[in-house]
Design a protein around this ligand. Sequence first.
Ligand code: SAM
Ligand code: SF4
Ligand code: SF4
Length: 331
Amino acid sequence: MREVLSDTFGRPLTDLRISVTDRCNFRCKYCMPREVFGSDFPFLEKSQMMSFEEIDRLVGIFESLGVVKVRITGGEPLLRKNIHELISMLALRPLEIALTTNGVLLPRYAPALSAAGLDRVTVSLDAIDEATFAAITDSGHTVAAVMAGIEAAESVGLGPIKINTVVKRNTNKDEILDLVERFSNRDIAVRFIEFMDVGTTNGWSMEEVVSAEEIRDMFEDLSAINPTNKSDVAKRYSLPSGDEIGLISSVTEPFCGDCSRARISADGRLFTCLFSNKGLDLLSPIRLGYSDEQIASIITSTWNARDDRYSEMRSELTSELQRVEMSYIGG
Ligand code: SAM
Ligand code: SF4
Ligand code: SF4
């Protein structure tokens, strides 16, 4: 039976983001700076991570509590071996299933993901200029490889594809118009995300944030598109050309009031906010033999007590708080 949970602000739990690995083949400076995430970084061991069966069981429990959308993320989710097998398990459920990726492994895996029942992909791409891309991602991968990934995903029906671009003032602000231009007339919306103070290792400062308003002002004659869901994070606009862009104003115009998202790390911890400092262990109860009802009851009481609204309360004081890293909790 499907319940509808409600937190202390009356927000339901409808979206679940699941990290399937904390590892990545990129070292984006705003997410996994190489100085911190080097070869001696203590990434999760295989035995610490949820198996596909454990993930599928948890998803079933969340579904019974009102979740309708699942996003597979990481780290880089396509690094998880046989990820299409997880998708084929989840696809048997009446859920929308999406995946966020840096795109370079899509040429290899898109056909299997599509055949397994994945609905669509979001691809992260912060620059069209190869040198700028290389400086951000610090990994030896190329824009051309991401583009090949996007083509591969499109060709097997994993669209409409969305592009996620994190904008930093002194890094890629001047890529904005080029990105829109590159995807023009292709039914691909580019969504610009304000650089966030997730984790504690990315050297965040407000001066580096390019506000959604500033980005809006770079375009003439934008018309706002009505949101399809209250919990949509991007404000959508259409351009006179007919192309669409999205603006995600996590820092300057926070949207905690409609936040119905929960996250689960690859080791099975439940986070009720991107900026939480600790998660609730759901994997131990699973491995200790708890029933679905017992696990559902743990999730229900956690969600009922949820009062997170970090972005609305962001201040010098909150910036001192400990926060988990995005690559661990899942973007
Ligand atoms: N590796 C995959 C990717 O890059 O698409 C999935 C995981 S990544 C953590 C998910 C999303 O989080 C990406 O679109 C990434 O750009 C975004 N992200 C990471 N760090 C961020 C930050 N500090 N501020 C805003 N977005 C961030
Ligand atoms: Fe990897 Fe994605 Fe983080 Fe970049 S944003 S380091 S691709 S997890
Ligand atoms: Fe949701 Fe937390 Fe982000 Fe607010 S800060 S929108 S509560 S994840």
